[in-house]
Design a protein. Structure first.
Length: 102
């Protein structure tokens, strides 16, 4: 009998790191999101400095940067209301890596 992983080839088909950085506004509970070519997603970054640079574009003071796992980021994205349907790795804003969560 063999054990089956839910997605054993995730690292082969995705450029997403296992640890990501997201932006959260603690007073409101809002997270940093982005829209690329009509697809809305939770903004995620492979580095804290990338997330902090993105926070400068958000017109909402007090954003905090959280270090989360890939699975935690998926859960955050899934809990966001529509139209958020993905995680967007925004290390390159002109060509984000998109992972759909619904």
């Amino acid at each position: 009998m063999t054990d089956t992983l839910s997605c054993p080839f995730l690292e082969l088909i995705s450029d997403f790191p296992q640890n990501l950085f997201v932006l959260k506004h603690p007073p409101s509970g809002k997270f940093g999101c982005y829209c690329h070519k009509g697809v809305h997603g939770l903004a995620v970054f492979s580095s804290e400095s990338g997330a902090e640079r993105f926070a400068e574009w958000i017109d909402l003071g007090g954003m905090e940067c959280l270090d989360v796992s890939f699975d935690e980021a998926r859960e955050i994205a899934q809990a966001r209301p529509l139209p958020i349907v993905s995680l967007m790795l925004l290390d390159d804003l002109s060509d984000p890596e998109i992972h759909f969560v619904r």
